[in-house]
Design a protein around this ligand. Sequence first.
Ligand code: FES
Length: 157
Amino acid sequence: MISNLIDKKDIDLEKILNMYVGHNGSLIPILQATQEIYGYLPKEAMKKIANFLKLPYSEVYGVATFYAQFRLQPRGKHIIRVCSGTACHVRGGDNILKLIEEELGIKSGETTADLRFTIEPVACLGACGLAPVVMIDEQTFGRVTKDKISKLLDQFQ
Ligand code: FES
């Protein structure tokens, strides 16, 4: 099943590359389309792109690491955003982030080994009255306390 998915993504990448035959300077749009397919930029995909564009791999890698929009690691099934805006900071948001990091054994910006969660840094989530605020996928949780964290995470399998 997983290999079928990977194969399909590889085929999609081939299609994308074919769309750019003869287009110079198309590295960034190709990287964007590739990230759409895989959710990040796998090394093998970047090698294919380098081959296709006749560029050194180091140049493709360099561009991928330069722009914040590109991810070199897969993202988790669930994205956790812990607000680091002023209101949340004042009400202990940093501590909530630290506790979530400890609970999952990863740092902000990282993904758990089982690909269940990714923690992404974020500024104000626009719900300052509910500080400290945590967003998991599309759901927003306000007035998060230390005691609520485990239960909160358990909801997302
Ligand atoms: S500062 Fe956290 S929601 Fe605005």
